[in-house]
Design a protein around this ligand. Structure first.
Ligand code: CA
Length: 613
């Protein structure tokens, strides 16, 4: 209710405002909050020649501290102090320059009460792409002023999905057993092409109107919370879209990294911790552009740093968000990113941030882990990171190219390197995401591989993330283009013959995958031993991998038999130290009881998740 009320107040304030003087085109952030722990707020004011103005306010508790001007006269940065006595309302800012005078009404809202909900290993996060998940409002498929129009026949075009579509699927997602959703970016991407993926921000404070309004996002978060689910927002600090409004009139020459000609990053994120890396390679990594249409922001400019930090604080406070997934985390200036993560933690203790750190191995990946002691002294302050090394290990393990024992050893060996992470339970783990060939396709479209992979990811350590469509084993091959990894979710569009929601048109295989996914996820929900229990694993042998999750109260035994055609007899004696005190068990997948843990059979290409008694 409170959030809806805030939205209404904001709407009314906007409506009541006198027509904005021509000269002030924009003030970012568009509003701010009382009761923040940090009293400082920096406004970016944009308008013709606004840089020549002074600013005053007599609003109780709000003071103009200093003004910062850049070489561009169309910008003015106003440092405000908002003290504890300031109450929500409309702050009148008076701009004067000689005899010229302008006013601007600035909304001050109440900061939402309550601590951050956070994410931890009791959660399962569902990753979905707003343009491709569900079209809940066909009236926003094409919006005047937006360059790219609907074209569902183009894999890289806009398909019409939106926030309304996600809201209408929340009950489905809740029944699937996920506890949170991570949306690929929904901020405005008014780019000429490929705007559907959302990674070319053209406005940091505005939902893309083809997805819906900021208020609809607020509604999405509130509706998720009603169902006990949480929401992760995708943010990008490294770069903007080439059609961002700044690009027409940059606040400062050094707002972005400039080169004489287009210069691409070398994508070599190892240069940060590599003791032998050359300065030129390090420079290219940080300052080179991610893509032609993605100008690289200069986070070493303190004004850029403050702008980016405030944008994240604003979205958290405005929408009551539960988490942020930071795109390309190692690409922006690393010290700034560490200060950002600390600022979020200071303002919203326990708030969840997962940084996308893309490496093949835990040595590099763990450099970014919370409380990691690095030789160079770097501390990321990042609560969580994406565990790509484990993801790649699951591909190697289940794609059928190695003999079963070597394949399963990929998992065993990878996890044996967990000493590199101070808290491996914090890692976000997954079989795939929007940037890679889907696990089902990678493993030769084998339902057995999906079942084994899912069983593994849902029972090993970490915070599992499931990519939309995996529950019905959707296909997606990176070699056919990124758009193919992000196909429309069946049933999300009016008239879809196949619908996951309605349960119509699904093949037997899709139904089986869906039921399997639901079963494991819903079982996992309440299973504390899987969330926080210790992990003990045994060297894979004869194509079988066995591990246990256990705590003082209970124990779960996971057995994966990767052998193609033959079952295997599991000899309990080998696992005596983990089986002590237990005699029988129940496989949560089949419901079958195992009467003798000392000797039982597992079918080929199968995982068993056995609750021990
Ligand atoms: Ca739509």
């Amino acid at each position: 209710m409170k959030r809806a009320l805030q939205a209404l107040i904001l709407l009314m304030l906007t409506a009541l405002m006198p027509a904005r003087a021509q000269v002030i085109e924009r003030v970012d952030p568009p509003s701010w909050f009382t009761g923040m722990k940090d009293d400082a707020l920096q406004l970016m004011v944009y308008g013709k020649e606004i840089g020549s103005y002074d600013v005053k306010t007599d609003y109780p508790g709000v003071d103009v501290k200093t003004l910062v001007r850049t070489e561009n006269p169309n910008y003015l940065f106003v440092n405000l102090n908002i003290s504890d006595i300031a109450v929500p309302g409309s702050v009148t800012l008076t701009f004067t320059s000689g005899k010229k005078k302008l006013t601007h009404s600035y909304p001050l809202l109440a900061r939402p009460a309550g601590p951050a909900r956070g994410f931890n290993s009791s959660d399962v996060i569902y990753l979905l792409m707003p343009d491709r998940f569900a079209n809940g409002d066909t009236t926003n498929d094409n919006v005047p002023g937006m360059t790219e129009q609907l074209n569902r026949s183009n894999p890289g075009g806009r398909h019409g999905g939106d926030l309304r579509g996600i809201i209408s699927h929340l009950d489905y997602l809740n029944s699937l057993g996920v506890t949170g959703i991570w949306l690929n970016p929904f901020l405005e991407n008014n780019q000429q092409r490929s705007s559907y993926h959302g990674y070319s921000t053209t406005d940091y404070y505005k939902s893309d109107p083809r997805y819906g309004s900021n208020e609809e996002f607020l509604e999405l978060v509130a509706e998720a919370h009603k169902r006990g689910m949480k929401v992760v927002m995708d943010m990008i600090f490294n770069h903007i879209g080439s059609f961002h409004w700044w690009m027409k009139d940059l606040p400062a020459e050094d707002w972005i990294h400039q080169f004489d000609e287009f210069t691409r990053t070398n994508y070599r994120a190892s240069t940060y911790m590599d003791p032998y890396a050359s300065e030129s390679d390090k420079m290219l990594m940080e300052k080179g552009w991610f893509d032609v249409t993605m100008p690289d922001l200069n986070q070493s400019n303190p004004l850029v740093e403050t702008y980016l930090i405030q944008t994240s604080l604003w979205w958290i406070a405005f929408s009551d968000l539960d988490g942020i997934r930071m795109d390309t985390h190692p690409y922006p200036q690393p010290d700034m990113m560490a200060r950002w993560a600390k600022r979020v933690e200071d303002e919203f203790p326990g708030f969840f941030i997962v940084g996308e750190v893309w490496y093949d191995d835990p040595a590099h990946s763990s450099y970014w882990a919370l409380n990691k002691v690095n030789p160079d002294g770097y501390r990321s302050n990042l609560p969580s990171l994406t565990d790509l090394p484990l993801c790649f290990a699951t591909h190697r393990a289940f794609e059928g190219k190695l003999n079963p024992t070597d394949a399963l050893s990929k998992l065993y060996n990878l996890l044996s390197q967990d000493f590199l992470y101070p808290e491996p339970l914090r890692n976000v783990i997954f079989l795939d995401n929007h940037d890679m060939t889907r696990f089902f396709t990678q493993t030769g479209k084998s339902l057995d591989a999906y079942k084994m992979g899912l069983s593994f990811i849902m029972t090993t350590r970490g915070i599992p993330q499931l990519y939309y469509g995996s529950e019905i084993v959707m296909e997606g091959d990176k070699n056919r283009g990124d758009g193919r990894l992000r196909e429309d979710f069946p049933g999300g569009w009016p008239g879809d013959a196949k619908s996951v929601l309605a349960g119509t048109g699904l093949s037997e295989q899709e139904k089986e995958a869906l039921e399997f996914t639901k079963r494991i996820l819903n079982w996992r929900k309440a299973k504390e031993v899987i969330h926080t229990g210790k992990l003990k694993h045994y060297i894979p042998n004869d194509g079988v991998y066995v591990y246990f999750r256990y705590n003082c109260e209970e124990s779960v035994m996971v057995v994966i038999n990767l052998n193609d055609k033959e079952g295997r007899t599991v000899n309990g004696g080998k696992y005596a130290e983990s089986l002590e005190g237990f005699t029988v068990g129940t496989d949560i997948i089949t419901g079958m009881k195992t009467e003798d843990l000392n000797s039982f059979t597992i079918a080929p290409k199968t995982a068993m998740i056995i609750e021990l008694k």
